[in-house]
Ligand binder design. Structure first.
Ligand code: NAD
Ligand code: AHE
Ligand code: ZN
Length: 375
């Protein structure tokens, strides 16, 4: 069938909005009509050419929501008409990783997903008779897409697509990093580096977890008001603190008898490896944990003095906030519908597919929190 899609033809080029061909779902696959999709910084990271796994031409997009319109042979967990959120981290519940209960990183289809292909090694999308790559197993920058059954989370039907699409990545990643990965406890002191679409969700996750001190760090002063809106208690612009950023942050966290200072938890939501180092070194000696969320460009490496780890700081990373998608995503949709978490104010721009390049431009300029495309 013909579908409307934004195609990434080459790295560094704007997406081309055009009509492409989509084949129906094969065994174990479902076709989803995408109703809305967010644009995450990871889409920009891949489009820019910085992603070592980036493939072109491809249909990007991994933060969608929609309706199942067709199912392949053997599909049992969803049916036509179900509302779903595509999962770039699937949950097969059978692979060694899922069965370990130690990680959300299901390995059932990761190899083919990284090659831009469906699990059977082929693509469902084509353009001018040539195959197009899928992206992160989701390819939500199209009004219809095909996904493996294990890569969709069934959600309640009263949830608005143009809001809950954000749960497909940003919301779950930020809140999940706090709850699942760091396991932040009430009263904790935390620092969030980067107050964009992910960092603000870390902030609201910290508030939900009962953190006492939530310091936000961003080079964009406009982000102070944004952070405060979701629970941030202090703001620091690193440009003002200069080289003394880490000691400045450590000083801010000193209190009473504890004159050592340092945060219980820090989160990198920038993808900048220098910031990742600052985040680790701003942790409390003996127990502080730093969670890497940001995705760094090909070739980038992190560094610190091993002494930072010897003295008890812990460096961790998280993908999709440690969430098991089919199990956890419907619950996060419920939290939104119950008013426990906010999404609406973070969606600063809504546009049709034809304007999708504007969502990328707004993000590059720091003028949006989340741009959402509706179909
Ligand atoms: P964004 O562009 O909305 O936000 C990034 C923020 O970081 C901006 O506010 C920017 O001003 C700030 N920033 C940039 N450089 C900084 C610096 N040196 N110091 C302090 N602040 C700085 O991006 P986003 O959508 O929030 O994504 C953030 C990162 O998280 C990206 O690297 C993205 O690829 C990654 N990500 C990872 C996961 C995961 O599962 N691990 C999921 C989603 C996104
Ligand atoms: N392909 C990149 C890494 C990209 C990456 O780390 N992606 C995150 C999700 S970012 C969502 O916005 C992720 O889930 N990683 C785990 C995985 O299996 O991809 C690279 O550097 O090669
Ligand atoms: Zn994302």
């Amino acid at each position: 069938m013909h579908v409307r899609a934004a195609v990434a033809l080459a790295a560094g080029k704007p997406l081309e909005v055009t009509t492409v061909e989509l084949d129906g779902p094969r065994e174990g696959e479902v076709m989803v009509e995408i109703k809305a999709t967010g644009v995450c910084h990871t889409d920009e990271f891949t489009l820019s050419g910085a992603d070592p796994e980036g493939l072109f031409p491809a249909i990007l997009g991994h933060e969608g929501a929609g309706v199942v319109v067709d199912i392949g042979k053997g599909v049992t967990s969803v049916k036509k008409g179900d509302h779903v959120i595509p999962l770039y981290t699937p949950e097969c519940r059978q692979c060694p990783s899922c069965l370990s209960r130690k990680t959300n990183l299901c390995t059932a289809i990761r190899a083919t997903q990284g090659q831009g292909l469906m699990p059977d090694g082929t693509s469902r999308f084509s353009f001018d008779g040539k195959p197009l790559h899928h992206y992160m197993g989701t390819s939500t920058f199209a009004n219809y897409t095909v996904l493996p059954e294990i890569a969709v989370a069934k959600i309640r039907e009263d949830a608005p697509f143009d809001k809950v699409c954000y749960i497909g990545c940003g919301v779950t990643t930020g809140i999940g990093a706090v709850i699942n990965t760091a396991k932040v406890e009430p009263g904790a002191k935390a620092i969030v580096f980067g107050l964009g679409g992910i960092g603000l969700n870390v902030v609201q996750g910290l508030r939900l977890a009962g953190a006492d001190m939530i310091i936000g760090v961003d080079i964009n002063d406009d982000r102070k008001a944004w952070g405060e809106r979701f629970g941030m208690t202090h703001f620091v612009n690193p440009t003002d603190a200069g080289k003394d950023l880490v000691p400045h942050l450590v000083d801010m966290t000193k209190s009473g008898a504890d004159q050592i200072g340092g945060a219980d938890y820090t989160f990198d939501c920038t993808g900048n490896v220098k910031v990742m180092r600052q985040a680790l070194e701003a942790c409390h000696r003996g127990w502080g944990q730093s969670i890497v969320i940001g995705v760094a460009p090909a070739g980038a490496e992190i560094a610190t003095r091993p002494f930072q780890l010897v003295t008890g700081r812990v460096w961790k990373g998280t993908a999709f906030g440690g969430a098991r998608g089919r199990t956890d995503v419907p619950k996060i949709v419920d939290w939104y519908m119950q008013g426990k978490i906010q999404i609406d104010p973070m969606i600063t721009h809504v546009m049709p597919l034809g304007d999708i390049n504007r969502a990328f431009e707004l993000m590059r300029k720091g003028e949006s929190i989340r741009g959402v495309v509706t179909f």
